[in-house]
Each structure stands twice: as C-alpha cells, then as structure tokens.
Design a protein around this ligand. Sequence first.
Ligand SMILES: [Zn+2]
Length: 80
Amino acid sequence: MTCQQCADAQDNPRGDWFAVGCDSCTARALMVVTCPEDDIDRALQKLFGRSRERGAELVRQWRARDRAHIAAAAAAKGRR
Ligand SMILES: [Zn+2]
C-alpha cells in the first residue's frame, strides 16, 4: 500500500480510486483490466520498465486481495 487510494481500495480492490504515479495503483488498474491467465508481460514492461518484477508482484497481491474480497462478499451474502 503506497497511497490513500490504495488504502481505500483494500476493502474494494475494484473501486475506481487511482493516484497517478503510484505503482500500487498502476498494478491494481492492470489487475482490473486483465484476467489472471492473460499474458501481461508487455504491459508490465511498458508500465514498470526495469521494475517489472515488482509490478508483477503488486498485481499478484491485488489479485489475491480481489479474490479475498469476492469470497468475503459471497460469504456475507450467504449469511443473510
Ligand atoms: Zn496507490
């Protein structure tokens, strides 16, 4: 987490909060517009350049956060 938008997105990774220049926001946006099975190497290269491995890790972290959010929402729905 590196900015207020990322903090706000913890409970809703697909929320449309975005800060220009934040690597974590960039990774979250990439997570939203791609599927886990997509080849995102070129996008990572363009967006993160030499830091592409860090970008890939941030995308993985946001995907995990997104899955957890979806599971929690489904569980909450099942409890009603
Ligand atoms: Zn951010």
